[in-house]
Design a protein around this ligand. Structure first.
Ligand code: SF4
Length: 314
């Protein structure tokens, strides 16, 4: 198999930067926004503890006090990219907690405020599959007719027993239902998957990738399970009751996953951040560049690419 020519990159997978360059002919950056949302898995609607790995801190902005407006957050983010990198266009990334968890009018007003800012070409909205009522999907679908719109829907694992263990507060069926109701609206769907969840073996993780591959999903974020101090997972880890994936296993698993994902699926992320002051492990995950380099090197060693073993069943 040859590497797909449409990627137009030097990677062995279709990274987000290349995808955006191909779509828009320029660099596109995500501007992180904390719009003050909460999460039903933390505020008591579903549960109060949250997912076992969730630190519940939200963004740095939120910790510092009053949140600036959407416009102010966008201006601040743009300044960073204009100074440090060549950014031409921007996506307003509603990132913190569950960004569709609120009344329709509030959501509309927040998204509208983002989309009228200069050089904003679209939205990326992070959410849970159980927070996507049809009227909200209608709203986001209407934006998708005019703008570049991603909906990031957390899944983490295709195994209900794992979702229960990590206290996700939703089932695989809820995720499937959300995908079904989102598709066909022009909305780009990105799914989140965690590698190294407790109780999962290599086959379980590949099973998640295989099922995601067969869904009408346009992008994926993959990262290793991180243990943070003060979270239920952090407590289990400190007591030696769970172990975290090592770098070699992570790299091998990610390469195996990339090989079975369809070549057109955009790889939005292969690493994750955790607050340094509460970070417990795995230590290797702190050096994100080393992880990316190891994945590149392993794919090169195998002489394989994203999609080499893909079977699309759309
Ligand atoms: S869904 Fe996200 S914000 Fe909510 S508890 Fe889980 S990790 Fe935290």
């Amino acid at each position: 198999m040859h590497k797909p020519a449409f990627w137009k990159n030097t990677k062995r997978y279709y990274d987000l930067k290349s995808y955006w360059r191909n779509q828009f002919g320029c660099n596109v950056y995500k501007l992180q926004i904390d719009a003050g949302f909460t999460c039903p898995n933390r505020d008591g609607k579903i549960a109060t503890g949250g997912c076992i790995y969730c630190d519940g801190r939200g963004s740095k902005l939120r910790q510092e006090g009053l949140l600036p407006s959407i416009k102010e957050q966008i201006c601040h983010g743009k300044k960073y990219y204009q100074t440090h990198r060549k950014g031409h266009k921007y996506i307003a990334y509603f990132q913190t907690f569950t960004n569709t968890y609120g009344p329709y009018e509030r959501l509309k007003s927040l998204y509208d405020e983002a989309l009228v800012q200069e050089d904003i070409i679209g939205l990326s909205i992070g959410t849970r599959p159980d927070c996507l009522p049809d009227d909200v999907l209608d709203l986001i679908g209407a934006y998708a007719q005019k703008f570049h719109v991603w909906l990031e829907i957390g899944l983490q694992s295709i195994h209900d027993r794992t979702l229960q263990f990590v206290n996700r507060g939703h089932s695989v069926n809820t995720f499937m239902d959300a995908i079904k109701r989102t598709m066909g609206r022009g909305i780009l769907i990105c799914s989140h998957v965690i590698v190294g969840l407790p109780g999962e073996n290599h086959q379980d993780m590949l099973e998640t990738a295989k099922i995601v591959s067969a869904l009408p999903i346009h992008g994926i974020k993959i990262h290793a399970l991180l243990a943070l101090k003060g979270t239920p997972l952090g407590d289990l880890y400190e007591r030696g009751e769970v172990s975290l994936i090592d770098m070699e296993q992570y790299v091998q698993t990610v390469c195996d996953i990339l090989e079975i994902l369809p070549p057109e699926m955009v790889i939005q992320r292969l690493t994750a951040d955790g607050y340094r002051d509460i970070f417990l492990g795995p230590r290797w995950a702190v050096n994100k560049m080393a992880v990316i380099n190891a994945i590149d090197k392993e794919l090169e060693k195998r002489n394989t690419y994203q999609g080499i073993y893909a079977q699309r069943h759309k």
